[in-house]
Design a binder for this molecule. Structure first.
Ligand SMILES: [Zn+2]
Length: 165
């Protein structure tokens, strides 16, 4: 075993294994293709988690509205990177929305982002419904089981809320 972590495509793999080296080669090539096309690469998991911690801190403890908005934009960015990473992994990244489009599609629960902050953001990024279900953060291809299930689950949750409240 000779574990390596690629600093470019962030894969952990066993450099002494031919199978692993091939998996890495394919992934590395794909990431290069993504960068050439999008001029952008999503940040790796650990970095995204740090961004989320920082984002929640700014949203909750930010001293000004501007700071809270910054926190929210950082949260969008962390979730966007995760969504795009999944799209790269599952080979639909060419269809994935841009960051600006993604923000218009997202619908955070008000316990995550307070309403007044979201109102400000919506001025620049008006909400476009029907792309990402409420409180979800993965963009999935239209007319796929994944997308349909996401909206089905969101509806189910909505119905439950109506019954109990
Ligand atoms: Zn690599």
């Amino acid at each position: 075993m000779s574990l390596v972590n690629c600093s470019y495509c962030h894969l952990n793999y066993d450099d002494s294994s031919g199978i692993d080296r091939n998996i890495h080669k394919r992934r590395h090539k794909k990431w290069q293709q993504v960068e050439e096309t999008l001029h952008y690469l999503p940040r790796p998991y650990a970095q995204r988690e740090e961004m989320k911690i920082q984002a929640y801190k700014l949203i909750r403890e930010g001293k000004t509205q501007k700071e809270k908005i910054q926190g929210c934009m950082l949260l969008f960015r962390a979730h966007f990177d995760r969504s795009l990473s999944a799209a790269i992994h599952n080979n639909y990244w060419k269809k994935h929305p841009s960051f600006e489009q993604y923000v218009t599609m997202m619908d955070y629960h008000e316990s995550v982002v307070p309403e007044d902050i979201m109102k400000k953001i919506r001025k620049k990024y008006p909400h476009k419904q029907g792309h990402i279900a409420p409180y979800f953060s993965y963009w999935l291809c239209p007319d796929t089981t994944g997308r349909n299930q996401q909206f089905f689950q969101a509806e189910k949750r909505e119905r439950k809320k109506t019954v109990t409240s």
